[in-house]
Design a protein around this ligand. Structure first.
Ligand code: NAP
Length: 261
């Protein structure tokens, strides 16, 4: 049974979910590549997030592993609780060592990625699917247009954008209803004009790397880091990541004690 949502709730992709989400990029092997060193612990983090701590927003991507994390989520949590939102992303290709990420907005690649995510997550629809990166080789309208076609086919519920500028957001918004934006924002990297735009337009803003990849979690600064994000407004839904159940409990406590309005 889920507990009380940490840091309150937000409406995201048509669902009421906990404002505190869980980022899953680091539930992999070293360098965000391959299987986790301790698979049982990775499954525990996912299960405890949902069943113990009341987190109902999990953020992932087909590129994490690649594919590893989507499979872990299914193994840990399927059949999914009704109130759980799993957000995934397509359009960023992960290559093995030397590990690198490459945007890929080819319509065929986006389509195959969505089909793969549906299968790995064991769902009929991706409730929230972000375009992970804009690929400069293709017009943005074509990339979001591909996701819109998949939405019309019932394979995607809502479309989000990731790592975008205000100009990108405005251009994409001409073609699709943007359900959420995911950009980097944390106590050390404090300014993103897209955050202000989302606040003004009432669009959920999902800060990624909210603990500055862990540095904002050390030296007792965890509660301050999360409180700083949450006080920016009710449109903020941070997704701190951890592979450690104790760190997860610390995050939830910090968000509940220090971040709730
Ligand atoms: N859209 C995008 O392009 C994009 C890019 C990057 C990330 N993301 C998303 O954002 C999520 C979060 O970003 P992130 O994982 O890069 O960085 P983050 O959440 O800022 O920091 C994660 C790091 O913090 C450490 N940590 C967490 N709690 C801690 C605690 N209580 N004490 C000490 N260390 C702690 C974790 O290590 P332990 O595992 O040891 O706890 C992990 O290495 C990702 O998981 C992913 O879902 C999206």
């Amino acid at each position: 049974m889920s507990g009380t949502p940490p840091a309150g709730t937000i409406t995201l992709a048509g669902k009421t979910v906990s404002r505190l989400g869980l980022g899953t990029m680091r539930l992999t092997g070293p360098g965000t590549w391959g299987d986790p060193p301790d698979r049982a612990q990775a499954l525990d983090v996912l299960r405890q997030a949902v069943h113990t701590h009341g987190i109902t927003h999990i953020d992932t991507a087909h590129a994490y592993g690649p594919h590893t994390v989507e499979r872990l989520i299914k193994d840990a949590l399927h059949p999914y609780p009704e109130d759980l939102l799993i957000a995934t992303k397509v359009g960023l290709e992960a290559w093995p060592a030397p590990y690198k990420w490459t945007p890929n907005g080819d319509p065929a690649y986006l389509r195959n990625s969505v089909e793969g995510s549906l299968c790995r997550l064991g769902v009929e629809r991706l409730e929230l699917c972000y375009l992970h990166r804009i690929d400069p080789r293709f017009p943005l309208a074509e990339q979001v247009g591909t996701l819109k076609s998949l939405q019309s086919e019932g394979k995607i519920g809502h479309i989000g954008l990731s790592k975008v500028s205000t100009a990108d957001y405005q251009e994409a918004s001409k073609d699709v209803a943007v359900a959420a934006v995911q950009n980097v924002l944390n106590i050390h990297d404090r300014y993103d004009p897209v955050q202000e735009l989302c606040r003004d337009e009432g669009i959920p803003y999902v800060p990624y790397r909210p603990l500055d990849a862990g540095s904002a979690a050390r030296d007792g600064a965890l509660a301050t880091a999360l409180a700083w994000l949450l006080q920016l407004g009710p449109h903020i839904a941070p997704i701190p990541g951890t592979s450690n159940p104790q760190h997860l409990a610390d995050i939830v406590r910090a968000a509940t004690d220090g971040g709730a309005p």
